[in-house]
Design a binder for this molecule. Sequence first.
Ligand code: MLT
Length: 275
Amino acid sequence: MLRTALFTEQLVQAKINGISMAYHEEGSGAPIVFLHAFPLSRMMWAPQEPAFAPQFRIITVDLRGHGESDAPLWHYTLDQAADDVRGLLDHLSIRQAIFVGLSMGGYILFAFYRKYADRVKGMVLADTKAQADTDEGKQARFEMAQVAYKQGPNAVADIMVPKLLSSATIQTRPELVRRVRTMIEGNQVSGIAGDLMAMAGRADSLPLLNRITCPTHIIVGALDQPTPPSDAQLMADRIPNARLTVIPQAAHLSNLEQPGLFNDAVRSFVLNATR
Ligand code: MLT
């Protein structure tokens, strides 16, 4: 039922690091790999797939614990998520790609860059931040994991939707709100809790920033609260030659709230990086 509501693409899965990972691949040309946010799935890239597939080889993936990928009940880390992404690149025989990571997708990109910088041709860090969690932030992760465990993904959606979308979007775009909720509710508790543990345990990426040598673009919604424009500015100041695009009238999910502006920023970055 949920699958029919959300997934219109043919399901393609690969065995990576002992689990089944679902992904979508389309188009040809320079590869662009899109890494989604917490607690969503590859379906959050619905406005990007048709915009980029005519010109590029695009790959969207359900990260471990999400969507139609396996969500094993075990300890998750962002390094492991980075290893899964590397496994997918190997599976698809992609040597180097441009990566677009939004929020948790950005945290995974930092982990990926630390381990596999030679596989990164360029990166877009969208609505994300380099800092690790504070003690207070870790406590909030623990509390959300308990909500997921006791009340299920619907209760997580209740907490997350107001953090992900602007109040104007929530009031005036019920269809988008419904899509975001459906993505969240389609995830398993094991994956949600696993992600929360992984994000709570993630490394501080501030010391990495001035060592990033690939072309990098930062995008942030002007109304983003979980990863506000000040965090984006900090990354833009410290990553050599990075540029920053602030998207008006968008909160945390800037790719869904303002897909046209988001796509323009990504397209001009990718065209420059692959020239
Ligand atoms: C996300 O969108 O991936 C999350 O809001 C990130 C986080 O909770 O730190």
